[in-house]
Design a binder for this molecule. Structure first.
Ligand SMILES: [Zn+2]
Length: 306
């Protein structure tokens, strides 16, 4: 049905496609580690004030200091790159769990050793833009230039260009710029489904791998959850429900993590318990987002899918 309304409120509706994940897996599980620390707002980076979001002092949004450094907020972010990253790295590499990093370009440039460890672990590093800021309202030419810097930052620190994109706080232009750039297999600036889908808004079919802000440790910073057990409870419930539904129509699940949040000692146990829970199910495809994208492109090309 032709329409000049650009949103898709219908999606797959009551008849989602059979994902046919490799090996007959029931559920595709993507763990995502947001690597952001060192790319956030601070006057040190030329920003007007200090960071407002996802510091370890709830609620999620705090008043910025304008024109001044917020040393406490800065240090909460530094915990992520100094300690939290390595704690999560130890947990996942010891269990050989594949992971996709959403890497903020400036943050990777400030910690080359972490970027090297991501590459050595075989993790995928997708781009999380050049800065961890709100891109809404940024002039198009400036955002386009930042996208190139973001790509180059991953290439120079990790060793290969990113094929996935997640901005987070997007502008009106972000998705079109991703499509025009041409080198991305997918973007994840959507929370609209439990399966990948094709977007046709910008000329050619463009693959979307929806992400999740509810299966996400950012809830720790909103005071929405407090203990490791709360985190485990929530993402286990999501997993169990999707796993049950996947008996008929296989689904995809994303879990979002942050070095400075889940990387805290009182919280990482929730992730470990979740991995134990998943490991008790044999038919889960724990994988990289780029591999989910490649599967979808090969098996569900846009002429067959929606
Ligand atoms: Zn993020």
């Amino acid at each position: 049905m032709p329409s000049d309304y650009p949103r898709d409120l219908l999606g797959y509706g009551p008849t989602p496609p059979q994902a046919d994940w490799p090996g007959g897996a029931r559920l595709a599980l993507s763990l995502v580690l947001n690597y952001e620390e060192g790319g956030e707002n601070t006057v040190l980076h030329g920003d007007s004030g200090s960071e407002q979001f996802l510091a370890d002092i709830g609620p999620a949004h705090i008043e910025p200091l304008v024109g001044a450094r917020a040393y406490n907020t800065e240090s909460m972010f530094e915990y992520g790159s100094r300690a939290g990253f390595w704690r999560i790295h130890r947990l996942l590499t010891s269990r050989r769990i594949p992971l996709t990093v959403y890497g903020v370009g400036m943050a990777l440039e400030r910690n080359p050793e972490a970027a090297k460890a991501m590459a050595a672990a075989g993790w995928e590093v997708a781009s999380h833009a050049y800065r961890w800021i709100n891109y809404a309202g940024m002039p198009e030419a400036e955002e386009r230039e930042q996208m190139q810097r973001a790509i180059e930052a991953v290439r120079s620190t990790v060793g290969e260009r990113p094929v996935g994109w997640y901005c987070g706080r997007v502008s009106m232009n972000t998705r079109r710029l991703v499509v025009e750039e041409g080198g991305f297999l997918y973007d994840s600036d959507s929370y609209a489904d439990d399966l990948p889908y094709w977007n046709h808004e910008h000329g050619r079919a463009h693959l979307i791998l929806p992400y999740s802000l509810d299966n996400n440790d950012l809830r720790f910073s909103t005071n929405g959850i407090f203990t490791a057990e709360d985190f485990f409870d929530y993402i286990r419930d999501a997993f169990d429900l999707l796993y049950a539904e996947s008996a008929e129509t296989p689904k995809m699940m994303s879990v979002g993590l942050h070095c400075r949040l889940a990387g805290r000692p009182g919280r990482i146990g929730g992730l470990a318990r979740f991995l134990d829970h998943v490991a008790a199910h044999g038919d889960v495809w724990i994988t990289l987002r780029r591999d989910i994208a490649r599967h979808w492109i090969a098996e569900h090309p846009p002429e067959n899918g929606r």
